[in-house]
Ligand binder design. Structure first.
Ligand code: PLP
Length: 448
């Protein structure tokens, strides 16, 4: 339990300069032994968390609008999730669902199959991380179609293991030095704020999708060699970009026309974050395969690749993982889904709409805000140096992140020049107001 140190138990309170002495000492040790490939933006060293608050090792309390990179959907250490974990941990920690059976794994698969859009029979493969869910989807798509190539989108992030990395096209550092990738053709995502075809969403012909049939399939990519189109329903790491529904609808049509599997990566956008259980529900387009991780188990490692049952027909031994579907993670996931269905998906929809309503005015209010977009509690704020030219402002974005941290608000960057807000789905209006007031003040200072 967090001890109340500020006047309001739901809001942050800082008691030292940042980083405090204990945090600074740990960061010094970290810098000597931890892989330098991690991307820490500010010096937060966590000691405990509760709901949407986290406390650092020096006793500073922060409001968490990062949620462990969109993971702790039910907040930090939700008592019901902790209780489910403890009960399962006391029964057994591991058996390996790949070689033995346990009921909770079946229950979770039944639940995910029921929740996945499409109203058709589904089967579920369990892994431990987002990238593993994607690896499973890649292998399954190849196995089912007998084809080897994929289509993915510029700006997308699908993970960092070799198959997933081949799809990822977010930052060149993530790929530099790791070639050769799998055969993946990347095309621009439907980013209507920066339309790669110079069109307006109301009048465009989804050139970002029709380019497949009009150009790629006629020149470099025989469609009968394409196993899958892998797409984030709302692009996450790339900047929280919300495409128009016709983008997804057209992708579905093209996939169907050419026998290509449509794979939705909902690792970040799934499990209630957008105010619906799956972001694809906003566009009314069901996937053939969907990948899930992050928010699914409130912080325990778990991933799921949910597929059309008639696609997931690979034989025993074709794919498996010792830890995939760990029973403790599954217990956390079952309770997480209960909480999501009881109230948290609805809370994400309501608080998200409340926040977007206020933040939508920011491009008029602040000359450094180019765009505000999102669904539910997946909200992006794109910073620019010049609204007319839409010049990206990565330094300003980094400064804003640091300024928010110094005021007790944890946020993350996304894309080249955006801030993403992905708090736990338990946040209250008061916490949303604190976050928006803080950002408002920081934006004013950045402009001043
Ligand atoms: C959409 C998406 N897919 C896949 C991944 C990879 O997940 P993980 O980091 O758990 O491997 C991420 C991680 O940010 C993601 O946002």
């Amino acid at each position: 339990m967090l001890t109340q140190i500020g006047p309001n138990p739901l809001l942050p309170h800082l008691v030292t300069a940042l980083p405090g002495p204990k945090a600074a000492a740990i960061i010094a040790r970290d810098s000597a032994v931890i892989s330098p490939s991690y991307t820490r933006q500010y010096p937060l060293v966590v000691e405990r968390g509760e709901g949407a608050l986290v406390e650092d090792v020096d006793g500073n309390q922060f409001l968490d609008f990062a949620a462990g990179i969109a993971v702790v959907a039910t907040g930090h250490s939700h008592p019901r999730v902790v209780n489910a974990i403890q009960k399962q941990a006391a029964k057994f920690l591991h058996m390996s669902g790949t070689d033995f059976y346990y009921e909770s794994m079946v229950s979770l698969a039944e639940k995910l199959a029921r929740l996945t859009p499409g109203n058709i029979a589904r089967r579920v493969y369990f892994g431990n991380s987002g990238t593993e869910a994607i690896e499973a989807a890649i292998k399954l798509a190849r196995y089912h179609t007998g084809r080897d190539k994929f289509i993915a989108f510029l700006g997308s992030f699908h993970g960092r293991t070799m198959g997933a990395l081949s799809l990822t096209a977010s930052k060149v550092t993530q790929r530099r030095g790791f070639h050769p990738p799998l055969p993946v053709h990347h095309i621009p995502y439907a980013n209507c704020y920066r339309c790669p075809y110079g069109k307006q969403p109301e009048t465009c012909n989804v050139e970002c999708v029709t380019v497949l049939e009009d150009q790629l399939f006629k020149t470099v990519l025989p469609p009968e060699e394409v196993a899958g189109i892998v797409v984030e329903p709302i692009q996450g790491e790339g900047g929280y970009i919300v495409p128009p529904p016709k983008f997804h609808q057209e992708l579905r049509r093209i996939a169907d026309r050419h026998g290509i599997l449509l794979i939705h990566d909902e690792v970040q956008s799934g499990m209630g974050r957008t105010g619906k259980m799956f972001a694809s529900e906003h566009f009314d387009v069901p996937p053939d395969i969907v990948t899930l991780a992050k928010g699914i188990a409130s912080g325990l490692p778990l991933a799921a690749t949910v597929s059309r049952a008639d696609v997931m027909t690979w034989p025993p031994g074709a794919h498996a993982s010792t830890f995939g579907g760990n029973p403790v993670s599954i217990a956390a996931a079952l309770t997480t889904i209960e909480l999501l269905e009881e109230e948290l998906v609805e809370n994400a929809a309501q608080i998200g709409a409340y926040m977007l309503e206020r933040m939508k005015t920011w491009p008029e209010k602040f000359r450094i805000v180019g765009d505000v977009r999102g669904r539910g509690l997946m909200i992006g704020l794109e910073l620019v140096l010049d609204q007319e030219a839409k010049t990206p402002a990565p330094e300003l974005r980094d400064r804003l992140e640091m300024m928010a941290f110094e005021r007790g608000l944890l946020i993350l960057g996304a894309g080249r020049s955006s801030i993403r807000l992905c708090p736990p789905l338990v946040i209250t209006r008061e916490q949303a107001d604190f976050a928006m007031d803080t950002l408002d003040e920081c934006l004013k200072r950045c402009e001043g």
